[in-house]
Design a protein around this ligand. Structure first.
Ligand SMILES: C[S@@+](CC[C@H](N)C(=O)[O-])C[C@H]1O[C@@H](n2cnc3c(N)ncnc32)[C@H](O)[C@@H]1O
Length: 177
């Protein structure tokens, strides 16, 4: 019994440790749908291709990628409520053959299959994600970054949107590995 309690305590503390170890790379701040559409167009996402959204929030990029482009779409989101909400929406829309959300940390996923990566994180977080993408992405993978450049990479295209319909301006950067 004593051993059981000790092992349980150890498991719980390790679980807590793991959760704490996930670094918050950006707060939740959704991309307006009109801008999501432009990100996917800029990224030239095609049917059957594989895309990942790093920090997928309510899943809007993943869902639009599956719905409009017929792409195999995966989001990564560590916030449990956002993960649940987006996973349920995917099921409700019957997109679960194409789309899914991983409940986990952006920094420990496998992106080697990606044709397109979308990212809306802080500049300092782009610095952290960059080496991982450099290590994993195959040649030709496109990366679309919203509002914050990936320092050290040269964008192939930059698109500025003056007004998203709500008075906010946005800049999109397209990179190719
Ligand atoms: C600025 S929001 C972008 C949401 C979505 N990509 C969009 O454009 O609408 C950033 C998201 O990244 C998530 N996030 C931050 N750090 C993370 C991490 N280490 N692993 C997984 N998700 C993370 C946040 O919870 C948040 O939902």
């Amino acid at each position: 019994m004593k051993h059981f309690i000790l092992v349980l305590g150890l498991c719980l503390s390790l679980y807590g440790q793991n959760k704490k170890d996930v670094e918050k790379l950006a707060p939740y701040y959704p991309t307006p749908e009109v801008i999501v559409e432009k990100m996917l167009q800029l990224g030239e996402l095609k049917k059957g291709e594989k895309m990942f959204d790093l920090g997928s929030g309510d899943g809007r990029i993943v869902i639009m990628a599956a719905e409009k482009s017929g792409a195999r779409s995966t989001g990564v989101e560590f916030d449990k409520d956002l993960w649940l909400q987006s996973s349920e929406r995917i099921k409700r829309l019957k997109l679960d053959k194409l789309a899914n959300i991983i409940h986990g940390d952006i920094m420990v996923q496998d992106y080697t299959e990606a044709n397109l990566i979308t990212v809306y994180l802080l500049p300092v977080s782009n610095d952290k994600v960059r080496p991982l993408l450099e290590k994993q992405l195959k040649k030709g993978t496109r990366i679309v970054a919203h509002d914050f450049e990936i320092a050290g990479w040269t964008p192939e295209k930059t698109q500025h949107i003056d007004d998203d319909g709500e008075g906010r301006s946005h800049t999109l950067y397209l990179y190719r590995r």
